[in-house]
Design a binder for this molecule. Structure first.
Ligand code: HEC
Ligand code: HEC
Ligand code: HEC
Ligand code: HEC
Ligand code: HEC
Ligand code: HEC
Ligand code: HEC
Ligand code: HEC
Ligand code: HEC
Length: 346
């Protein structure tokens, strides 16, 4: 075929394109709709889980069958069923995959050997018959992303709103899965209370644990403020997983008294970032200051004595170390100082 012939074929194909579309895609779309309407299992995820187990012949058998011959897991089961998660995943909900196998994967192989005869023999000998649990998904061994995927198949961003930015967050990117923070077998109450968060976070963030023990600190150890006041552990597009876009906006959520705007503001500092002067978590200096006074101020200003002789211009008086003894409104003020300028003295 030369170039011209190819062109002709292409033009013909184009004129048939509408028909081809109708024949090929419309029936597929109709079939697709039917599948969507029925409440079949989400096949790809089910197949994926079977692949994780490593045997495509494993099948879902349901919690009743799973636990029929086994009382090892009674407490786990009771707790789980009493939790909101268990209650909503119970058999009569319309969720495609339910109960223990939702996370542990299809269990038919695990209970294969659990015949009533074997259970009876073991019971007579005073022992329980273990299931072949190694045929289940080895959750521990999965890569972090796959672990999270098990949870995210139900906790989609639409269902669990604060997971909207999960994939962008430092935790997802840093290979932290849902598991280390949420123990789904912790008991019947799976809600994370703010007071539990510091232990949750200190498991990995040892350095911050030390910062909150410094003499001046946000009262996280005292249970009056929480990591989650300032951070969204599920991920944000902001730096340092902060709940607000900037550090300043995060701080003034609680410290509205220094938000301003002021007639005399401390230059642009107050619009920039409170952490020019303050530590975020803790500091050895009063008021969470990064440096003690006067060194904090002397980074940018020349210090001065309190008065000077008008005749000679020679400075007298004492060089005070706490600049804020006089410049008490260091963040800003609406009141001019004695000279009529804004020197934050009142
Ligand atoms: C929402 C997901 C999920 C569901 C549903 C679930 N589990 Fe688990 N299970 C986990 C995770 C995650 C682990 C911890 C895995 C690890 O890190 O070793 C775990 C661990 C376990 C363990 C290991 C022992 C332990 O306490 O660490 C047992 C036994 C267990 N689950 C039984 C059950 C039973 C029985 C059910 C149903 C009543 C169930 N699980 C439902 C997620 C789930
Ligand atoms: C088969 C679907 C499903 C899977 C898989 C699943 N969840 Fe859930 N989860 C639910 C439902 C339904 C609820 C209750 C409704 C709600 O509070 O959003 C829930 C609630 C929760 C809650 C809040 C409990 C409360 O009382 O509000 C936490 C925490 C949670 N799940 C963590 C996890 C973690 C971690 C995983 C993965 C190990 C996981 N879930 C996997 C369906 C699921
Ligand atoms: C770094 C720790 C951390 C990780 C990782 C994490 N969470 Fe959370 N999660 C929390 C904290 C803390 C809360 C408490 C609510 C808050 O203050 O935002 C919470 C709340 C929740 C809730 C609401 C119910 C509750 O406990 O208050 C659900 C549901 C949930 N997380 C699911 C997940 C899922 C699913 C994943 C994995 C994709 C995940 N979380 C990963 C720390 C974490
Ligand atoms: C009062 C608000 C606030 C609280 C409470 C808070 N943080 Fe932070 N955290 C910040 C700010 C602001 C930054 C960013 C600092 C910067 O930009 O220099 C930050 C940064 C971080 C970082 C990044 C590394 C670093 O230290 O700069 C980690 C990790 C962290 N915080 C963990 C925690 C943990 C864990 C807790 C609870 C024990 C906690 N934070 C409580 C405000 C807070
Ligand atoms: C399982 C360990 C683990 C736990 C538990 C954990 N983190 Fe992290 N966190 C990490 C890792 C890993 C990173 C990524 C570090 C990096 O990229 O340098 C991280 C990063 C962060 C950052 C810095 C984000 C950035 O942009 O650099 C903050 C803030 C943070 N975590 C807060 C928390 C808070 C708050 C909690 C408790 C709710 C928590 N973490 C629990 C492991 C953990
Ligand atoms: C969730 C509310 C909250 C947020 C957000 C917050 N703080 Fe605080 N801050 C507090 C509380 C509570 C105290 C302790 C007050 C007390 O003990 O009287 C405090 C105390 C302070 C102190 C005085 C410390 C001392 O030793 O007396 C400074 C300075 C401070 N915060 C700065 C900041 C900065 C900077 C930010 C932003 C990184 C910030 N705060 C964000 C609640 C908050
Ligand atoms: C130029 C340095 C500087 C900047 C920038 C700054 N501060 Fe301060 N801040 C100080 C000093 C110095 C003190 C101690 C005041 C004193 O000793 O009277 C202080 C004290 C505080 C206090 C505790 C005492 C009080 O007045 O209640 C809070 C809260 C505070 N600052 C919040 C903030 C916040 C929020 C920001 C950002 C919007 C911020 N600061 C920006 C220097 C600064
Ligand atoms: C990061 C640098 C920086 C730090 C730290 C800093 N300042 Fe400033 N300060 C400035 C800038 C910039 C101006 C605005 C200067 C201008 O407009 O000419 C200013 C203005 C002032 C003024 C008004 C006088 C003038 O020249 O406009 C006073 C008073 C002042 N600062 C006191 C303090 C005190 C007290 C501290 C310590 C608690 C402090 N500053 C810490 C940068 C800083
Ligand atoms: C004993 C009180 C006192 C102390 C302590 C003090 N100042 Fe001042 N400062 C003043 C007064 C009063 C003014 C003039 C106010 C006015 O404009 O009326 C002033 C003015 C200033 C100015 C503006 C100078 C100008 O040309 O307008 C700066 C900058 C300043 N101080 C920085 C500091 C720094 C930095 C420290 C700490 C090393 C400090 N001050 C300690 C009382 C004090």
């Amino acid at each position: 075929m030369n170039v011209r012939e190819v062109r002709i074929v292409l033009t013909r194909l184009q004129s048939y394109a509408g028909l081809v579309f109708l024949l090929l895609f419309v029936p597929t779309a109709v079939v697709g709709c039917q599948t969507l309407r029925s409440s079949e299992p989400i096949v790809p995820i089910a197949e994926y889980e079977k692949m994780l187990v490593g045997r495509l012949d494993a099948d879902y058998v349901g919690t009743e069958n799973c636990l029929a011959a086994c009382h090892y897991h009674d407490q786990i089961r009771l707790d789980f069923e009493a939790s909101t998660m268990g209650a909503q995943m119970a058999a009569d909900s319309d969720l495609p995959m339910i109960d223990c196998e939702s996370c542990h994967g299809p269990g038919s192989l695990a209970i294969q050997g659990l015949t009533p005869e074997k259970v009876a023999v073991d019971a007579a000998a005073g022992r329980q018959t273990p299931c072949d649990y190694e045929t289940l998904i080895v959750l521990k061994a999965l890569p972090a992303q796959a672990q999270s995927l098990l949870c995210l198949k139900c906790h989609t961003a639409n269902a669990t709103f604060n997971l909207h930015e999960w994939n962008a967050g430092a935790h997802a990117l840093g290979d932290v899965s849902c598991f280390p923070c949420h123990d789904v077998h912790a008991g019947p109450d799976l809600i994370t209370s703010p007071k539990d968060t510091k232990e949750m976070c200190f498991k990995c963030h040892r350095e911050q644990a030390a910062e909150f023990r410094l003499p001046s600190h946000h009262p996280v150890m005292e249970g009056k403020s929480f990591c989650t006041d300032c951070h969204q552990p599920h991920g944000t597009f902001h730096d340092n997983l902060l709940r607000e876009e900037t550090v300043r906006a995060t701080c003034v959520r609680c410290h509205g008294e220094v938000e301003g705007p002021y007639l005399y503001a401390h230059a642009d500092l107050m619009n920039d970032d409170c952490t020019i002067c303050h530590a975020d978590h803790g500091s050895v200096n009063n008021n969470l200051l990064k440096l003690s006074e006067p060194y904090l101020c002397l980074q940018c200003h020349v210090g001065h004595r309190t008065s000077s002789d008008p005749a000679t211009g020679e400075t007298k008086g004492v060089f005070y170390t706490r600049c804020t003894d006089c410049h008490s409104q260091v963040h800003g003020t609406d009141v001019p100082s004695a000279s009529g300028r804004g020197n934050f003295t009142q």
